[in-house]
Structure formats: structure tokens, C-alpha cells
Design a protein around this ligand. Structure first.
Ligand SMILES: Nc1ncnc2c1ncn2[C@@H]1O[C@H](COP(=O)(O)OP(=O)(O)OP(=O)(O)O)[C@@H](O)[C@H]1O
Length: 474
């Protein structure tokens, strides 16, 4: 019973006595998803739940089921918090239904296995087509060190990246990570933290997509009791939580312009004032930030402050997209399938055709997209063999982008006979040829090989043909 109620946003749940446990009632409601709730649940990548005005869990998405090891049928109808009068009075969800104000809070939650996990929770009103008001809660789990598998791959691009991250970790300067969605920015931020002198300290993630103007200060700097309506207790901000550790601003491009000077001030002075407090506080944090957006363009449009950018980007590091390090694909596939297999006690094998399909795909959603499509392929496979028809690629990843030609458009007689590793190398070289507009001197230099070796590889993979056909300059 306890487990059925654990994905609440209330850390008091972790302190339940046996007596309290008996008070928790489970009303297994038939699940009736309205179209609005269904599409909202489907749209959420992060663990997400919907709570009704009675304080009962109405519905949850698949990511939440996975995070807590509980299924939706067991959760629907469960009370969100303890049901005694005092707890109900203080219940965060009930307070929400009094003022309908969005909130962001950090809480300790318990999984079905009894593990405690810290989650940053964003609560906001959700209205269905019958004008019924619900509370929607999105949960973000900063990964703990033990969850971090390390960065898989041995391509030149990934080795170069690890070297840059290791150098960054040896300093205490602010690092700015740029890269496409799903390319591993959060993983890179954790890598820096784990290799730095702060490794024993906390790694605190600030998800800037949920920091609205109203929430920014109290979430980041905390507040004192009575600072504003609803501030019923003292709250420690994320800055202070990260003391002696690393503060990671994820999707920093989403930070409202109006709040940027406040962050800049805190970063420059190391001092901040909780909302409603008379005294300032100090925290010793190392800052890493990341975004998939083009910050230079944002600064030109006046959407991001230059002074803040230069404070955050003392050391800018670019995370290469997966398609620029195709040699990593086989190792990543193995690693991800091992993880998937460990979760469901199965082993998987990838057929050559399936691997080739992956090697030639563009991966607009990078490693996250690969993980998702392997999840699906594994679920569809009746016998643990991943065949090419089980690899369901998205159309966007197959469309040529205006800036670059996808590798699979360049068809080579004979490429089908290559081993997966050779096909990976061929794909990698094709990418480089496109990026360097066909200049073999530049491609050889960027691969740290001689031009003669590059010529041999081009001949072997028959990569000279399409470029000649397309009127390239070599
Ligand atoms: N080199 C890698 N080795 C193993 N796993 C990886 C690697 N790169 C990314 N991943 C995995 O891919 C997923 C997405 O990575 P991550 O969340 O770090 O990306 P991101 O760039 O921060 O994404 P977003 O821009 O959407 O926030 C995670 O599950 C991460 O563990």
C-alpha cells in the first residue's frame, strides 16, 4: 500500500510510521482519460502525474511508471498524501487547489524498491475539456553518481570531448556546454563534476524550463517563512543545496531575460539573499550550464544577456552530435541493449542489417533517440533478435536537412558488404567530407591520418564516386 502512494511530492511520505501506513487508502478508480489529459500525458517526456482536487492520483505517464517501478493501474485513485487532518492541511497539493499557483519544489521520494530519490517537481494547473481543474506535476530526477554509466564510445570526437571535459574538471571555471538535444550534455556536466575536486559534494540540476519569473528567486535562493502568500516555512534554495558542489543549469537559454541580472549578480559575488530575508548568504558553487539553442543568435536578438553569457562561458565546450561520431554507434547500441536487457532479464542480439540501418541514420534526437528506438525494438522482438524491420526510424531523421546531406542519401555500390565497423567509418568519413566541402587535406587532418591513408580508405569504401557525381572539387 505504501508503495502505491509513493510518487507523491511530499517528503513526509518517507517518514511514515506503520500507523500512518494503515491510514493510506487506495481507491482503484477506473481510469478514464479525457482527450486533453491523454495528449498531455503523451507529450511529457519526464515522469508526469495528474492529481484531482480531492488529492488523488488521477493518471500517470509511462516515464513515471518506469521511474517508480509501479504501474498506472495501481496508482490511479491513490491518495497523494497522508489522510489525517494535519497532513491534509499542510499537503502541497491541497494548497495548490486553494490558490492554483504553479510551483517548483525539491523533495525526497520513495520508489517501489524503497530507494529514496530527490526530485525537482514542477506543479501547474491542467484544465480538461469539461473545465475540470487538475494539478499536473512533472518530475525531474538529477542522476545520482551511481546511476552514471560514464560516456560510452571511443571515436576521435568523443575522446577529444573527454579530454576537454577532464581539463575543465581540473579547474573551477564556469563551463558552457552547447549541443543538440539528447547528445549527452547532462552526462558531460556530471562527468566534469565527478572528475573535479567537488566530486564528493552535491551535483544539483536546475531545470531552467520550469523556472518562471515568479519562481526563479525562491527556487534558486530560497525564502524565509512568510516571505509571500504560501511561504509557510523556510525553504533552502538550489544555490545553497549545491554548496561545495556543482550547480548545473540545464537549458539555460530558457531563463527569463528579467531574471538574468539576478543570476549574474549571484555568480559574480557568490552572495545571494533568500526572498524575504534580511541577511545575505554565501555558497561555494561551481557552475556548468547547457543549452541546445543558438545562444549567439539569442544574444543578437537581445534574448540573452551578453554579460551573463561571458560569465557562464569562461570555457565553452561543444558536444558533437551522434551523426558526427558514428563509430560510437555499435558500442552505444551494445551498452543500451545491455541496460534494457538487465531491466527485463533478457539478452539481445542485433542483426547486421539492423546495425547498418542504425549506422546510416541521422539521429536528430541523438543518443536519447537511439535509446528510445532500441527500447521499442527490444519490446517488439519476440526472441531477443533485433532485426532491421524492428528499427523504426523517424521521418525527420531521414530527411535531408538544408545544411547537410544525410549519409544514407549517398549510396555506394559495395557499401552493403561492409562490416558494421567499416560502415561506421565510411559514414564518419562521408560526414567529414560534407563538413569540409570535399577537402581531403582537411578531412585527413581532422582524422589525424595522412592523406595517403585517407585515399586508401576512400578507394576501399568507394567514397570518391558520389562527390565526383555531385560536382565536388576533388
Ligand atoms: N556517450 C554516451 N554514453 C552513454 N549514454 C549516453 C551518452 N550520451 C548520452 N547518453 C544517454 O543519452 C540520454 C540523453 O543524454 P543527456 O540527458 O545527457 O542529453 P542532453 O544533451 O542533456 O539532452 P537535452 O538537451 O534534451 O537536455 C541519457 O540517457 C544519457 O545517459
Amino acid at each position: 500500500m505504501l508503495h502505491a502512494t509513493t510518487p507523491t511530492v511530499d517528503n513526509r511520505m518517507t517518514n511514515l510510521s506503520d500507523k500512518d501506513r494503515h491510514r493510506i487508502q487506495v481507491h482503484a478508480l477506473p481510469v478514464s482519460r479525457t482527450p486533453t489529459l491523454s495528449s498531455l500525458l503523451l507529450a511529457q517526456r519526464k515522469p508526469f502525474l495528474v492529481i484531482d482536487a480531492e488529492g488523488r492520483i488521477r493518471d500517470v505517464n509511462g516515464a513515471l511508471e518506469e521511474a517508480f517501478g509501479l504501474d498506472q493501474v495501481r496508482l490511479a485513485g491513490c491518495s497523494c498524501c497522508r489522510l489525517d487532518a494535519v497532513a491534509m492541511e499542510d499537503c502541497r497539493h491541497r494548497r495548490f487547489f486553494r490558490d492554483l499557483e504553479p510551483y517548483v519544489e525539491t523533495h525526497a521520494l520513495m520508489t517501489a524498491g524503497g530507494d529514496i530519490r530527490f526530485a525537482q517537481i514542477q506543479g501547474f494547473p491542467v484544465i480538461d475539456e469539461d473545465a475540470q481543474v487538475y494539478l499536473g506535476e512533472a518530475l525531474h530526477f538529477p542522476k545520482s553518481h551511481s546511476d552514471t554509466p560514464g560516456m560510452v564510445g571511443n571515436s576521435a570526437a568523443l575522446r577529444g570531448l573527454k579530454q576537454e571535459l577532464t581539463q575543465a574538471a581540473a579547474t573551477d571555471v564556469s563551463v558552457f556546454l552547447g549541443g543538440e538535444t539528447g547528445s549527452g550534455k547532462e552526462l558531460a556536466a556530471e562527468f566534469i563534476h565527478r572528475h573535479s575536486r567537488r566530486a564528493q559534494g552535491p551535483f544539483v540540476v536546475v531545470d531552467c524550463t520550469v523556472l518562471s519569473e515568479d519562481l526563479f528567486e525562491s527556487e534558486l535562493f530560497g525564502h524565509v517563512k512568510g516571505a509571500f502568500t504560501g511561504a509557510i516555512g523556510h525553504k533552502v534554495g538550489l544555490f545553497e543545496l549545491a554548496d561545495a558542489g556543482t550547480l548545473f543549469f540545464d537549458e539555460i537559454g530558457e531563463l527569463p531575460l528579467s531574471q538574468q541580472p539576478k543570476l549574474l549578480r549571484a555568480l559574480e559575488t557568490g552572495v545571494f539573499r533568500p526572498v524575504g530575508a534580511t541577511k545575505t548568504r554565501r555558497a561555494d558553487v561551481r557552475v556548468v550550464s547547457a543549452t541546445h539553442q543558438d545562444v549567439q543568435a539569442m544574444m543578437q536578438r537581445g534574448e540573452f544577456r551578453q554579460d551573463l553569457y561571458y560569465r557562464l562561458a569562461v570555457l565553452p565546450i561543444a558536444i558533437p552530435p551522434l551523426r558526427a561520431r558514428r563509430e560510437d554507434i555499435p558500442a552505444l547500441v551494445d551498452h543500451l541493449l545491455l541496460n534494457i536487457g538487465a531491466n527485463n532479464n533478457r539478452g539481445y542480439r542485433v542483426e547486421q542489417d539492423a546495425m547498418r540501418k542504425l549506422l546510416l541514420y541521422e539521429f536528430p534526437g541523438n543518443v536519447r533517440e537511439m535509446r528510445n528506438l532500441l527500447h521499442l525494438a527490444a519490446a517488439l522482438s519476440p526472441n531477443g533478435v533485433i532485426t532491421q524491420d524492428l528499427i523504426r526510424l523517424s521521418d525527420t531523421g531521414n530527411e535531408p536537412s538544408p545544411a547537410r546531406k544525410p549519409a544514407q542519401e549517398i549510396r555506394h555500390p559495395g557499401l552493403e558488404q561492409l562490416s558494421p565497423i567499416e560502415a561506421a567509418e565510411a559514414g564518419y568519413i562521408m560526414d567529414l567530407l560534407q563538413r569540409h566541402r570535399g577537402s581531403r587535406t582537411e578531412v585527413a587532418a581532422s582524422m589525424s591520418i595522412s592523406e595517403r591513408t585517407l585515399y586508401r580508405k576512400l578507394k576501399r569504401y568507394r567514397l570518391n564516386l558520389p562527390y565526383e557525381r555531385n560536382g565536388s572539387d576533388h
